[in-house]
Design a protein around this ligand. Structure first.
Ligand code: V55
Ligand code: FE
Length: 489
């Protein structure tokens, strides 16, 4: 096997692993709660072949692997497989990388021409009994939830027109519909955005296209009971830069942010654009809902600049994570006023990977969870992931002004995005399940899966499951209950 470069994208926690495996009867410290029965699916980028071209954004281009941590009857098991994308199969056949830089086909080797470039590495999405592995630069791949075998690229039975699909779907808790979008829907650096709805049975029922104010990295979006919200932050693309072999994304500090709002079952011609601050960036929104006065409250993990060092560099910026500034921000959009102004309040600390209970999606809610950095941490953070630094504290945020709860991790530990497992007990907030990494040497790590009581994160984990393999950092995860897996089988 050829050597990977010794750069941060391939070193330490980010070292490529590339092993497919199954392990059962994992060692459990503590007790797995009986109602935590199901599978924690995780999307993990893991490049199979060393790059042939220098690429700052390489951390986003790793081949998607699907990891399944299966829990039930007090036992735990783990499996790992590559998603057999057209790209991964073509590189396996070539025995080397043939795709060049992140989202730039002009840098590919000739053999890659015309092949699907997506790596399906960002989010496992469960809907209508199907498991989809999504990445925003292409269409998702469908994977068998039991065997983890890849079924193929998923275009909703030939109905989808968009060439791209977000990795962030929003599923309405009452109708079971999945709301989705795709940006750069008809090609590189395009302003075309597709907005589409998939009904509870997995049928694509409606797809409409609109133009964004500029071509931006639209990573996530939100719904409320009555509206769809499309936030735009000034991380922008440029076709000439791509043709010259450059990077897909830069960040423009002088450009305004926008939120497009339309009735979620309405026509894209009804889109109303609210103007936000210049230069800001956000990858993930926690939730959005309407208040009694018809205002939309839109809650997001906002930062003062794009957090990816490789995106900043393209635009001559170099602001380290600890100087970036950010907050859990609530933007209020007044639908009753003619003004397109946004009012911002801060409702929590800077962080990312917001999690809410699935039954509060688009609805009024009183708490959520985020990952953040412990301000009192002893020792340096763990380096890894696409931003370069991993989070080391889990917080429960009370949105009614109550005190936050925190689970700070010991030194040399970090935590990846948790999934929420609802409880059947009345008044119980359920459980959070997350992978925790511990650095034990310059290139040595131990990995565990922790189960935490969601309403009492300060108490720490109730169970710690040891993973007998090296893990590369995941991007997003999804919890699927055993009942749903059984019903789909
Ligand atoms: C993100 C991740 C991606 C990507 C674009 O976390 C944005 C943000 C893992 O791939 O392609
Ligand atoms: Fe994301």
């Amino acid at each position: 096997m050829a050597e990977f470069p010794g750069t941060p994208d391939y070193f330490g926690l980010n070292k490529p692993i590339g092993r497919e495996y199954d392990h059962t009867d994992l060692e459990v410290e503590g007790k797995i709660p009986a109602e935590v029965a199901g599978t924690f699916f995780r999307a993990v980028p893991d490049p199979a072949y060393p790059p042939f071209i220098e690429d700052g954004a390489a951390s986003l281009s790793g081949d998607g692997m699907i990891s399944a941590i299966r829990l039930g009857d007090g036992k735990a098991a783990i499996s790992m497989r590559y998603v057999q994308t057209e790209r991964h199969k073509a590189e396996d056949a070539a025995g080397e990388a043939i795709f060049g830089k992140y989202r730039n086909p002009y840098t590919d080797k000739p053999e890659a021409k015309g092949l699907d470039r997506t790596v399906a590495n960002t989010t496992p999405i469960w809907h209508a009994g199907r498991l989809l592995l999504a990445k925003e630069d292409g269409r998702p791949y469908r994977v068998d939830p039991n065997t983890l075998e890849t079924i193929g690229s998923h275009d909703f039975g030939g109905k989808l027109k968009s060439e791209t699909v977000t990795a962030h779907a929003r599923i309405d808790p009452e109708t079971g519909e999945m709301f989705m979008f795709g940006y750069e829907a008809d090609g590189l650096a395009s302003t075309k955005v597709a907005y589409f709805i998939v009904d509870k049975d997995g049928e694509l029922t409606r797809e409409q296209w609109f133009d964004a104010p500029y071509c931006a990295m639209m990573h996530d979006f939100t719904i409320t009971e009555n509206h769809a919200l499309f936030p735009i932050y000034p991380t922008t693309s440029d076709l000439d830069r791509l043709k010259a072999g450059g990077d897909h994304w830069g960040h423009e500090m002088e450009l305004e942010s926008w939120v497009g709002v339309m009735p979620r079952y309405g026509d894209v011609s009804e889109m109303r654009w609210f103007k936000g601050p210049k230069g800001v960036s956000c990858y993930h929104m926690m939730n959005a809902h309407e208040d009694a006065d018809g205002r939309i409250l839109f809650d997001q993990c906002l930062s003062n600049v794009n957090a990816f060092p490789f995106v900043q560099r393209v635009s001559g910026l170099n602001i380290p994570p600890w100087e970036m500034g950010g907050r859990l921000a609530r933007w209020t959009l007044d639908m009753n006023s003619d003004s397109n102004e946004i009012v911002e309040t801060s409702i929590g600390p800077s962080g990312d990977f917001p999690v809410i209970a699935a039954d509060r999606q688009g609805r009024d809610y009183d708490h959520g969870w985020i990952l953040t950095m412990n301000p009192e941490m002893l020792g340096p953070p763990v380096f890894g992931g696409p931003v370069g630094v991993m989070f080391n504290m889990l917080m429960r945020i009370d949105l009614n002004g109550g005190p936050p709860q925190a689970m700070p991790l010991p030194p040399a530990h970090c935590i990846e995005e948790p999934v929420h497992v609802p409880s059947t007990q009345n008044g119980h907030e359920g459980w959070l399940v997350a992978v925790v990494d511990e650095q034990t040497g310059p290139e040595d790590f131990k990995h565990q899966c922790w189960i935490i009581e969601a309403g009492n994160v300060g108490a720490g984990p109730v169970a710690k499951i040891s993973i007998p393999e090296r893990l590369r950092p995941q991007i997003h995860g999804w919890w699927v209950s055993q009942a749903k897996l059984d019903a789909a089988a």
